[in-house]
Ligand binder design. Structure first.
Ligand code: C5P
Length: 234
């Protein structure tokens, strides 16, 4: 049962590469709120299945792993995202890989897995508040969020951003292959029967194509400020 006195939530949803990860991290720091990277929980579930040799098609076994997930987030260096730990081991690099993202989108389509992860996601809602980054934060996990923002960008732009990130990490990604992967993942996320990727009816949709992260962040801060969660002088 969600009480109106529950800590406020800012839901930031959208497809991968829309900028929601960077925006959510910066916003959580600015507000002094907790941060939920819900995609990491789906990625960890997929990784745990791979590590245990469980077939991703074995829904019951994958849902069991999701229910017992020993996930922890450890604060990263200044302006870096939190690092992800599975059973106490730093698995951040494995979890952020393209293949793990694709595996995550397969297991995320199972209602049993989504159900198993919902309590864990809601437990991140603690005072003074939460910035929740995902696909269904504003629609299903926190339908009473104070602010709902849906970030989008064209697949080509998202692939270019991802390509730049990979190069910065010294990994040589293929741009055309990234566009194809992004389109396949979007297709699966949008068309699944449970929690399909779509903006909540009361979300503000922000198209980030052609905008750098600073201008997107400024727009998001304006939206949060007009909700009353942020003092306009800050
Ligand atoms: O955001 P990220 O790329 O880490 O998410 C990986 C995958 O996890 C997504 O493609 C999506 O299928 C799934 N996901 C989800 N619901 C969320 C967050 C992520 O279905 N709230």
């Amino acid at each position: 049962m969600i009480e109106s006195s529950d800590p406020p939530v800012v839901a930031i949803d959208g497809p991968g590469g829309s900028g929601k990860g960077s925006v959510s991290g910066r916003l959580a720091r600015k507000l002094g709120f907790h941060l939920l990277d819900s995609g990491a929980l789906y990625r960890l579930t997929a990784l745990a299945a791979r590590q245990a040799g469980v077939d991703l098609g074995n829904v019951a076994a994958v849902a069991d792993l999701a229910a017992g997930l020993d996930a922890r987030f450890e604060a990263g260096a200044e302006n870096e995202p939190a690092r992800v730990l599975l059973a106490g081991r730093d698995v951040d690099d494995a979890v952020r890989s393209e293949s793990c993202g694709n595996d995550a989108s397969v297991v995320a389509a199972y209602p049993e897995v989504r159900r198993a992860l919902i309590g864990c996601q809601r437990a991140f809602r603690r005072p003074p508040g939460l910035v929740a980054d995902g696909r269904d934060m504003g629609t299903l996990v926190f339908p009473d969020a104070r602010v709902k923002i849906f970030l989008t960008a064209t697949p080509e732009e998202r692939a270019r951003r991802r390509h730049k990130q990979l190069i910065a990490k010294g990994i040589n990604g293929n741009l055309a292959a990234l566009v194809r992967e992004i389109e396949t993942r979007d297709e699966r996320d949008r068309n699944r029967a449970v929690a399909p990727l779509k903006p909540a009816d009361d979300a503000v949709v922000v198209d980030t194509s052609g905008h750098d992260i600073d201008s997107v962040f400024k727009r998001v801060v304006d939206i949060v400020t007009s909700s009353g969660l942020l003092d306009p002088r800050r």
